[in-house]
Design a protein around this ligand. Structure first.
Ligand SMILES: C[S@@+](CC[C@H](N)C(=O)[O-])C[C@H]1O[C@@H](n2cnc3c(N)ncnc32)[C@H](O)[C@@H]1O
Length: 235
């Protein structure tokens, strides 16, 4: 039954891909194909608005196909972008994206990380970024991720991540859950890991607005509207 569902999912994706552009096909691995450009533009704009400078070191947790990573690699100084990803398929597409954007010369570090609790990176970061990633983490993995952030964030560093706040129904995306948790839940998880959290508000108020995007369903729009951005730093 599970196999059948997987086969159907792959078939559906293949059929859909016949009408998609190359970029849409690639970034469909990390989200809705029609939204990839908006989500790319949002990420660099948000981080620049929140004071990301070329000399900063940035870790992109769940970098996927480099939908968000490409403009960041372009903007940051040589070697200052680090991306980690748990799915080989997505990271492979990210590597192709990097090559096609002719940005290999910027020497980003792209690492496969199936288990963040086992990951070792010899670098402190000014910025840690996880766009649409915490919403796909089980509570145990979230704890491991926060522990990793605490160990790798510089004293003045900041970790920005969007989440679904609320006690909504759990869903599924690819092999991941879609989780919705209260602000208190994130606050306690941060405290346990030597971190403190502040709610910056709805993504929509921060420039991530899907209201004018055509060809996406209201369900998808509503899911996007529920998202909020957290700013996490060391206690
Ligand atoms: C919705 S996609 C977003 C990709 C990218 N951040 C962007 O916005 O373009 C979420 C990504 O996080 C990755 N991911 C999920 N859990 C992860 C984990 N524990 N460690 C590393 N990557 C993870 C998924 O494989 C997926 O590529």
């Amino acid at each position: 039954m599970k196999n059948m569902k997987n086969i159907l999912r792959v078939l559906k994706r293949r059929l859909k891909s016949l009408t998609q552009t190359k970029a849409e096909r690639r970034h469909t691995l990390v989200g809705p194909s029609k939204l990839w450009k908006m989500k790319r533009d949002f990420q660099i704009k948000f981080l620049k608005d929140f004071n990301l400078k070329p000399q900063h070191y940035l870790l992109d947790v769940g970098c996927g196909t480099l939908r968000g990573g490409i403009p960041l690699i372009d903007y940051l100084e040589n070697g200052h972008y680090f991306g980690i990803e748990s799915r080989e398929e997505a990271l492979d597409e990210g590597r192709k994206e990097l090559q096609e954007a002719r940005l290999e010369v910027k020497n980003p570090t792209l690492l496969m990380s199936p288990d963040i609790s086992q990951l070792i990176i010899d670098q402190e970061f000014d910025f840690v970024w996880a766009f649409s990633v915490l919403i796909h983490m089980s509570d145990d993995i979230l704890n491991d991720a926060l522990n990793f952030v605490n160990k790798h964030l510089s004293a003045e560093g900041v970790f920005y991540a969007n989440v679904h706040i609320g006690a909504g129904k759990e869903g599924k995306w690819e092999e991941f859950p879609i989780v919705s948790r209260t602000f208190e839940f994130y606050s306690e998880a941060c405290t346990r890991n030597g971190l403190t959290v502040f709610d910056l508000g709805p993504l929509k108020n921060l420039g991530h607005d899907v209201s004018n995007v055509k060809n996406i369903s209201n369900v998808m729009k509503n899911q996007d509207y529920q998202q909020r951005m957290l700013r996490i730093s060391k206690i």
